[in-house]
Ligand binder design. Sequence first.
Ligand SMILES: [Cu+2]
Length: 180
Amino acid sequence: MPPVRSLALASAAAASLMMLSACSGSAPEAGASTAAAPGGAANPAAPDNAPNVSVIEPVIKLPAVPGNPGVLYFTIQQTAGKANTLVAVHVDGAGRAQMHQSKTENGVSTMEPVNAVEFSESQPAEFKAGGYHVMLFDLANTVKPGKDVEVTFTLANGDKVSTFAKVEETGAMEGMMDHM
Ligand SMILES: [Cu+2]
């Protein structure tokens, strides 16, 4: 009696489908308690860094006057291979991060935004007081001394480098000089 048998199979299939949808329907509740489990959240954060690029001593200097922009200093270098170009910097807790270059002409310090900074094995790019720096606007109050803040550097070829910068107060003298 083939027809009867196929009917039985069909209803069995329908029954298991219903059970399946019932199971998946309850899944979000069951999954909620395990969603915060380590591993799932930690692995995507593991940086898939650009090869042969290293960032040395990244430091965020808080503004002397709260509400003013902060600044990020570091050195980025190529440890092997051909030169690269840094085109963007992202800092967790900063509304906006912009690469700047300070210049002193006739005793007057000015700074202007820059879009790209090249670096190579023989010529690292130094971001430091008086030269290149990254200006940090709209700093969240989570960015405070003693914290490590994630910083991500984007290269012209699309590669990224992530690392953590330590956060420091700006000394009184530095504050007066700003980061020029
Ligand atoms: Cu600046």
